[in-house]
Design a protein around this ligand. Structure first.
Ligand code: FSO
Ligand code: SF4
Length: 533
């Protein structure tokens, strides 16, 4: 195997025997083959002017290959069979199609041989390979966000059409310039998909309101739900109402409390625990069933394998999977019954302080006058965007230290699970607003853009002239897409950390630095001096 798609990749260069995430050699190979087949589907679908079934398949298949989504080799075998069927149902694109359009394995050995062929370790200096992988990882992020929007019935043909064009390009002859143009175009598609998902969430569930979320568990048994899928939470809340069981959010599900459509359920009891990588301890101590709707799942401990469930794109071998019916409905009744037999959640050390979330664009622009006045008075000197992901490596304590060291007249704008590094700290208020403005999931990063654009409008300046610095924590491929979206919007001087992506070659990095001022963050004091002048 060779995988270098996430920030925690082995030795900062690539996982070659087993993923740091726990992905094994076999699953990595099957994922590579599935992506390869998606490229063949993309060539044919694009030539046919776009095929709905092919586009839906590509969207869902790519999502399963993001970091920490699905570790289940059996699921990937099924998807490979389905990929071949989808591809072969489409007419040939031309007389001389790339291998991805025609390659058909006779058996498992042929799949394994293809996986070995694909998994060539990258030459770190190969700019074209770097750009191609940057594009594929950005398209994976696009697929994840589009999957969420499409589930709620919000579609936009431009997004799957771009995914198709981009994937097809990776198996057709390319130049570095052509690939660079596609990478930049991917950022534009990223802005489009984030706006679409924002519309899907806010029109379906209402605009989030600034909300305090309890972190101390109640006395009744509970079900914990994690990941990003809001329709799953809605179904679970509906089915468990009046059951005597409470529902708690974990990780990226925390912002759900802020939507009117979820806040109205009295048995949505609070948030339990923190970001994804704490789940082995937190799921064990929760004591009741846990539903994992998307990334990030980490290899579960035996102590809770009998009460953890995956659904949607998520999967793990030996973990029960809740399927969707043809109409998208899911049956959580067995989980609710199991919860009734479980003890209430154990209180976690460090819990107690409410977490504030729901600072989406509607809530923040509603108080824009207060914010603008606070900036004019000098009560708010600077905003620092600290959105992105959390991760398990110790160097990520940088983000806690940076948040603590920020002067009192600064405000953190955040989204994604990166916030768990500082959202339980008592950072107080600045200019009458909380010093941590949590716009929601990484899926809600668009809110930060809208807030920045509203501030730029209020002050009559460009985005890069605002008193905003960017200190972004990345981990997986959705963060790659968000970064490309920010570049597309012309945002400059983003600091990225804790490591730069292994798949960015020195040549590509030089271009990013020259054109966009991207840097790696360094030490707290030096970064503070640079970002909060
Ligand atoms: Fe986090 Fe995981 Fe939302 Fe990511 S839970 S790390 S960017 O998959 O999705 O922020
Ligand atoms: Fe390694 Fe990350 Fe790939 Fe997992 S997703 S195999 S940790 S690079």
């Amino acid at each position: 195997m060779f995988c270098y798609q996430c920030e925690e990749t082995a030795r900062g260069t690539g996982c070659m025997t087993k993923g740091v995430c726990g992905k094994d050699h076999e699953t990595a190979g099957l994922q590579d083959v599935l992506i390869y087949l998606c490229k063949g589907i993309a060539v044919r679908s694009a030539a046919a002017g776009g095929n709905d079934e092919a586009r839906a398949f590509i969207t869902d298949a790519l999502f399963t290959t993001l970091t920490n989504v699905n570790f289940d080799a059996a699921r990937f075998r099924e998807m490979i069979d389905r990929a071949i069927a989808v591809r072969d149902s489409l007419p040939p694109a031309c007389g001389d199609e790339p291998d991805a359009c025609t390659w058909t394995p006779e058996n498992d050995d042929a799949i394994a041989a293809k996986a070995r062929e694909i998994a060539e370790p990258a030459d770190p200096a190969d700019d074209l390979r770097s750009l191609t992988d940057l594009l594929v990882f950005g398209v994976k992020g696009l697929a994840a966000y589009y999957h969420h929007a499409a589930l709620l019935g919000y579609t936009d043909d431009a997004i799957p059409a771009f995914m198709e064009k981009a994937l097809a390009a990776t198996v057709l002859p390319q130049t570095a310039d052509g690939m660079t143009a596609l990478v930049l175009e991917c950022g534009g598609a990223g802005v489009g998909v984030l706006a679409l998902l924002d519309k899907a969430h806010t029109e379906t569930y209402g605009n989030p309101a600034i909300t305090s979320v309890a972190t101390v568990p109640r006395e009744r048994p509970g079900i914990l739900i994690t990941g990003h899928d809001l329709p799953d939470l809605k179904m679970l809340l509906e089915q468990s109402a009046e059951s005597g069981v409470d529902v708690y959010t974990h990780g990226e599900m925390l912002p759900a409390h802020a939507y009117p459509a979820f806040a109205k359920y009295p048995h949505l009891a609070g948030n339990y625990g923190s970001s994804w990588w704490h789940q082995r301890e937190e799921f064990e101590r929760f004591g009741g069933p846990v539903v994992v709707t998307t990334n990030c799942i980490v290899p579960p401990k035996e102590t809770y394998t009998g009460r953890i469930y995956t659904t949607g794109p998520a999967g793990y071998p030996g973990v029960a999977h809740i399927p969707a019916a043809a109409d998208g409905g899911k049956d959580f009744s067995a989980i609710i019954e199991q919860a009734k037999t479980c003890p209430p959640p154990e209180r976690l050390e460090g819990s107690g302080r409410d977490l504030v979330t729901g600072c989406g664009h509607a809530a923040v622009t509603a108080i824009a006058g207060t914010v603008v006045e606070a900036v004019k008075r000098g009560d708010i000197r600077r905003f620092v965007v600290m959105a992105g992901c959390d991760g398990r490596q110790s160097e990520r304590s940088y983000y806690t230290e940076f948040a603590e060291a920020l002067p009192q007249d600064t405000v953190i704008l955040t989204a994604g699970c990166a916030k768990f590094r500082y959202n339980a700290l008592d950072l107080g208020t600045a200019g009458g607003i909380p010093r941590v403005i949590d716009a929601g999931q990484c899926n809600d990063s668009y809110s930060l853009v809208v807030i920045a654009q509203a501030l730029a409008g209020a002050f009559g300046v460009g985005l890069n002239d605002l008193p905003i610095s960017y200190n972004i924590a990345w981990y997986e491929q959705k963060a790659v897409l968000v970064l490309l979206a920010l570049l597309h919007l012309g945002v400059k001087n983003i600091a990225l950390g804790p490591k730069l992506p292994a798949f960015v070659s020195p040549g590509v990095l030089a271009v990013l630095q020259e054109n966009f001022g991207i840097t790696k963050n360094s030490a707290v004091e030096a970064d503070l001096a640079r970002m909060v002048p």
